[in-house]
Design a protein around this ligand. Structure first.
Ligand SMILES: C[S@@+](CC[C@H](N)C(=O)[O-])C[C@H]1O[C@@H](n2cnc3c(N)ncnc32)[C@H](O)[C@@H]1O
Length: 206
């Protein structure tokens, strides 16, 4: 089943009002990510949602291209950037499947809370590898949960009914193996809090 922005368009307004679940971990991720920025960095963010992360990172880089296939998410993101006086982000409505860019375009690519949503995750990871400059990094935060219990039963049913998006069950070691298979070297891995989300920095060898 092809992924659809329908669910995310409906969720956008609520999503933008939600409190970040673990603020300390979120801030630590921002800080760890900034260690890879320079004022000249060209950044791509896929699945940028309502733009919170892009707006916070924007003062630390040259430019961010922030992409999401939900037009409602992007509308909110544009409003946030405008309100913050940030003008070096280009928000774009589009799918990761149709990412138009030349190879080796980006210093840093951000994939925050999106890789577990993609049916074609391996292809996307390979494409992101191609889009990074040699020495560039893919910074990701990915839900890594196993198919078990009530959660394991609810997700497939919700998806079949069209009321939940794709959520792929995966183990963090499988994801790290997928990064390595694409050619990345794992530079940093961290499982904050309950250990359900893998924050990883994967480098394309220089
Ligand atoms: C869980 S939200 C994460 C948003 C943001 N990155 C964050 O950390 O708050 C996932 C986002 O990915 C977007 N998304 C899902 N699949 C996508 C795809 N194939 N192409 C582009 N965006 C996608 C959704 O529209 C949604 O905004």
């Amino acid at each position: 089943m092809a992924a659809s922005p329908w669910f995310w368009n409906r969720l956008a307004r609520t999503y933008s009002r939600q409190k970040i679940a673990d603020q300390a971990a979120y801030e630590a991720k921002l800080e760890k990510t900034r260690a890879y920025f320079t004022p000249d960095s060209e950044v791509l963010e896929i699945g940028c949602g309502t733009g919170t992360t892009a707006v916070l990172h924007a003062p630390h880089v040259r430019h961010i291209r922030a992409l999401d296939f939900s037009k409602n998410m992007i509308a909110i993101a544009r409003g946030k950037a405008h309100a913050a006086g940030v003008n070096n982000i280009d928000f774009e409505i589009g799918s990761v499947d149709d990412l138009d860019a030349a190879p080796e375009s980006y210093d840093v690519i951000l994939a925050m809370s999106i890789l577990h949503l993609l049916d074609n995750r391996r292809e996307v990871i390979a494409r992101l590898f191609e889009l990074l400059k040699p020495g560039g990094v893919l910074v990701s935060s990915t839900v890594c949960v196993q198919k078990s219990g009530l959660f394991g039963a609810i997700v497939p049913v919700g998806r079949a009914l069209g009321i939940l998006p794709t959520l792929n069950f995966l183990h963090k070691d499988s994801l790290l193996a997928e990064f390595r298979a694409a050619g990345f070297e794992i530079e940093h891995e961290w499982l904050p809090g309950k250990g359900l989300v893998l924050f990883a920095v994967a480098r394309k060898p220089g």
